[in-house]
Design a protein around this ligand. Structure first.
Ligand SMILES: [Ca+2]
Length: 278
């Protein structure tokens, strides 16, 4: 579980891990190790201060936690484990789990501070604090991946809830005793309608495509027709010119023929005159 869930679970309750000496600070620490950090339990101690001095020799401490000494500027992270020296806790020292704070004071999750045998959020100064352990793997704060997974889970739970509610409302609307059968029938009808709609839509789309193609072809035809009209117009012009030329030619021909006639008449007349004179 997360540290926050751990706090919610254990706040204002007694936590007695070893079943001895009532609820102590070490009991809460060991529950934290078991339920949140999920590491093996450190060796037994006479008092909480011994965790600090045992660190180098206890593999369940030095393998799984960083040991960070207290300095004037150091501030633990949420989920870190502050350890007090033997001047605190009636000579035994003290241990808690850091929640929030700054360089002057902080709030942590404690048991038995000063002598309350239950878990509390407690305000402290850094007096007598030796330093803090920081769990090496980031198991205290859930990773982004875990948070994403949790969010996805919550969302799917909400979806399931919404669907259940929808089903219930549907059953009420259908006024049906046998909810499942009625709903399945409605869903089936809905699916058939949906299929019909889909097929009609595809038919419509097909028709629209055909229409579009036809329109394009038509545009091509219109273009050809207008071209043809231009050509006809041009041809008509040529024809007109030809006709005119023809007419002129005809006129010329007629004139020539007339001219010839005239010449012929003159010759005939001349011949006549000549004959007469003989
Ligand atoms: Ca105990």
């Amino acid at each position: 579980m997360t540290f926050d869930e751990f706090i919610t679970k254990r706040l204002d309750k007694k936590a007695d891990f070893d079943g001895k000496y009532d609820g102590q600070c070490v009991d809460l620490f060991r529950f934290y190790v078991q339920e949140v950090v999920d590491f093996p339990q450190p060796m037994g101690v006479g008092g909480a201060a011994n965790f600090w001095s045992n660190y180098e020799t206890d593999p369940n401490l030095n393998k799984y936690y960083d040991k960070i000494p207290n300095t004037p500027t150091g501030v633990p992270l949420k989920g870190d484990i502050p350890i007090w020296n033997t001047k605190a806790g009636g000579g035994y020292g003290h241990v808690s789990i850091f929640i929030e704070g700054d360089t002057k004071k902080f709030v942590s999750f404690d048991q038995n501070w000063p002598t309350l045998s239950k878990c509390t959020k407690t305000e402290h100064t850094y007096t007598n604090v030796l330093g803090w352990f920081r769990p090496k793997a980031s198991v205290v704060t859930p990773t982004t991946e875990v948070m994403d997974y949790k969010a996805a889970l919550e969302q799917s739970e909400a979806t399931v809830k919404a669907f259940t509610e929808f089903r219930k409302q549907l059953a009420d609307k259908l006024k049906s005793e046998d909810q499942t059968t009625a709903i399945m029938g409605s869903v089936e009808r809905f699916l058939v309608l949906e299929d019909q709609l889909r097929s009609m839509t595809s038919k419509y789309e097909e028709a629209a495509r055909g229409l579009e193609e036809e329109k394009k072809a038509n545009e091509g035809l219109m273009y050809s027709a207008s071209k043809l009209q231009e050509q006809i117009k041009a041809l008509q012009g040529v024809e007109k010119d030809l006709k005119k030329a023809n007419e002129e030619l005809e006129l010329l021909r007629q004139h020539k023929i007339l001219d010839r006639f005239r010449t012929w008449e003159i010759i005939v007349e001349l011949f006549d005159r000549i004959r007469r004179k003989r």
